[in-house]
Design a protein around this ligand. Structure first.
Ligand SMILES: [Cu+2]
Length: 454
């Protein structure tokens, strides 16, 4: 389960504060808020001065938070750390959030969204106006040292499980030991509407009890082997498995055991490192950029140079490539199928194109044989290649061809001289030797090429 994050109210953004206030006002307007005041007023023995003080209020403020989230899913319950924000001028009391201290005459809160004059915050009991009396009945709030004193007690609660026990985390945190301290002292210090059992009339009640719940969660983490007590033998509604009021009367079973794991209830505190990331909503984004905000818009016409296809100096298409011709250098070596000699470059659009740049198929090269690269300019070379002996045969055939051309030239020169009567007798013998050599080389060449050239 993704854990929604309960944050220190001092760290909320202005938007988060206004969302919280708006959701609280919506609950007040639809009547839900005052049911919390009534439930708390009926729960003195069930919810206070005993072990269930912490479980009961955990369930109570969690239900309130869920009701807020039904109004605005983004809202979570903030907590008020009164060890730090312990002044009448703390930002908690700004008119944009909870409003400030009451006026001297009667304690009515006159600033902020919960002032009577707004018309939005008329109390159903102990009214009609929300009242505060900062520091009137107690000069200061509890300190971090006071918190540590309670936190350092590894025992949750002790018999006889009431407001008079002097040991145990619960009674110290509730504030009866050496009291009023801690929880009780915050009620007393705020004063006014926070004094009687209708104290949820002041929205700060929920921020205060959220902090009490956080301290319990901190204590549970600090003492992981310290168990809730009592399992039995305590006052009704305070034992581990007892169903608590008023929910039992509504057919709902909520026990101290069912709320011991606050993560199982779906939330965590901002000091635990397990909260899901803050949900971002579109109206929280600091800046929305629209087209008109962009300092420079570049359009096509702004580009210094636009190149289109008809600007390209040379466009080569398949049809532009010249037909690749193999020259028929015959040289009297025999009749050749014209199709063998004319090889056209294969199409660009065939899957074999890359391969075909090196190899082309010569129709006369035989089934299953790879023809010579078209860069070989003579069909003889192609034939040698076609015999699957590409390197050596190609070179040998080229040498033989060169030799045949040199012999042919020498023979032609001597035959011309012979016809002109200019040939010496020993040169006639050389001519016969040249002709014999030519026939020998030609036979070798024909053998090399498998007879295919002639
Ligand atoms: Cu209470």
């Amino acid at each position: 389960m993704a854990l929604r994050c309960r944050k220190n109210q001092a760290t909320l953004t202005a938007a988060e504060k206004s969302r919280f206030v708006a959701a609280v006002l919506a609950l007040k307007a639809n009547g839900t808020y005052d049911t919390y005041v009534a439930d708390h007023m009926g729960a003195m023995a069930d919810a206070h001065r005993g072990p269930a003080f912490l479980p009961w209020h955990r369930e109570f403020v969690r239900r309130f938070e869920l009701d807020l989230q039904a109004i605005d899913p983004k809202v979570t319950l903030p907590y008020w750390d009164w060890t730090v924000d312990n002044s009448p001028t703390s930002s908690l009391w700004d008119s944009s959030f909870l409003g400030g201290n009451g006026r001297p005459s009667d304690g009515w809160v006159t600033t902020g969204p919960f002032a009577f004059s707004t018309g939005n915050w008329t109390l159903a009991s102990d009214g009609p106006a929300l009242r505060r009396r900062f520091g009137m009945s107690a000069p200061s709030l509890s300190t971090q040292n006071d918190v540590n004193w309670a936190m350092n007690d590894p025992t949750y609660d002790v018999a006889p499980w009431n407001m008079f026990v002097v040991d145990g985390f619960r009674n110290k945190l509730e504030g009866w030991v050496n009291g009023p301290l801690l929880h009780n002292l915050a009620h007393v210090w705020v004063g006014g509407s926070m004094g009687p059992m209708s104290s949820p009339n002041d929205p700060v009640f929920f921020l205060h009890h959220c902090f009490i719940d956080k301290l319990w969660a901190d204590w549970q983490r600090k003492w992981p082997t310290s168990a809730y007590a009592p399992i039995s033998g305590g006052p009704a509604g305070h034992n581990l498995g007892d169903a608590m009021q008023p929910w039992l009367g509504r057919g709902q079973t909520v026990t101290p055991a069912s709320v011991l794991d606050h993560h199982a209830l779906g939330y965590a505190y901002d000091n635990e490192g397990v909260c899901q990331p803050t949900l971002k909503f579109i109206d929280d984004l600091p800046t929305l950029k629209f087209r008109d905000d962009i300092p420079t818009l570049k359009f096509r016409d702004d580009f210094p140079t636009l190149k289109f296809v008809d600007d390209l100096p040379t466009l080569k298409f398949r049809d532009d490539f010249p037909t690749i011709k193999f020259s028929d250098d015959g040289g009297g070596l025999g009749t050749r199928n014209k199709a063998v000699d004319d090889v056209k470059l294969p199409g660009f659009d065939t899957p074999d194109f890359a391969k075909a740049q090196g190899d082309v198929t010569l129709p006369g090269a035989g089934v299953g044989r790879t023809a010579a690269p078209f860069v070989l300019s003579t069909p003889h070379h192609s034939m040698a290649w076609a015999q699957d002996q590409p390197g050596a045969l190609q070179a040998a055939a080229a040498n033989l061809e060169l030799e045949l051309r040199q012999l042919s030239q020498a023979i032609a020169e001597r035959e011309q001289a012979l016809q002109q009567g200019q040939l010496m007798p020993q040169e006639e013998e050389q001519l016969k030797q040249l002709q014999a050599d030519y026939q020998a080389v030609l036979a070798e060449y024909q053998q090399l090429c498998g007879g295919r050239t002639g």
